[in-house]
Design a protein around this ligand. Structure first.
Ligand SMILES: O=c1ccn([C@H]2C[C@H](O)[C@@H](COP(=O)(O)OP(=O)(O)OP(=O)(O)O)O2)c(=O)[nH]1
Ligand SMILES: [Mg+2]
Length: 157
């Protein structure tokens, strides 16, 4: 990785004993978030159900950064489990617990035990825009075309 920033992390009581999220490989973009559910009470996501899953952590991102809560592709491909509001947005002024909104789009119940790596968190720079109201916008080749306006035909080259 070329750049790193310091992000303060606070363990909430129910995170006791869990590892902190970490990058699983040297070049990983996201660090895996662990479910801080009760050891004795795994959370079962029925097909079609969603849940707000605790991570047991609160963070303080530097101004100018956000954290995105993204799905893990393995859970999506194998189990149909994904992040409902993907990518979830953690604002730099948020000091509450980081939570993951998981949904089970698969056909089988999905059991989340304590420490299950449920999602990944990507820290990224963010730019706040200043909106400048105008009467008309500049012209472009695309114009107002969108939503499939360039067609769907396969291109062989
Ligand atoms: O997947 C998520 C998404 C959000 N949050 C927390 C951090 C974020 O800073 C805050 C607000 O998120 P968002 O702006 O997406 O939600 P909202 O529905 O607009 O709530 P609010 O009115 O509090 O902004 O909730 C999470 O913990 N996980
Ligand atoms: Mg909001």
């Amino acid at each position: 990785m070329t750049a790193s920033i310091r992000v303060a992390v606070q363990r909430l009581p129910h995170s006791n004993g869990l590892a902190l999220p970490r990058y699983e490989t040297e070049g990983a973009a996201g660090m895996d978030l662990l479910a801080a559910v009760d050891e004795a009470e795994p959370l079962t996501l029925a097909p079609g159900a969603r849940a707000l899953v605790p991570t047991g952590l609160a963070i303080a991102l530097p101004t100018g950064f956000e954290a995105q809560v993204r799905p893990r592709s393995g859970l999506a491909a194998k189990n149909g489990v994904t992040v409902l509001n993907s990518p979830g947005t953690i604002d730099c002024d948020y000091r509450g617990e980081v939570k993951v909104i998981l949904v089970n789009l698969g056909a089988e119940p999905f059991v989340i035990t304590r420490g299950t790596r449920i999602a990944q968190m990507v820290v990224a720079p963010v730019t706040q825009a200043v909106l400048a109201e105008v009467e008309s916008l500049d012209e472009t080749a695309r114009g107002a075309g969108g939503f499939g306006s360039t067609g769907t035909a396969a291109r062989g080259n």
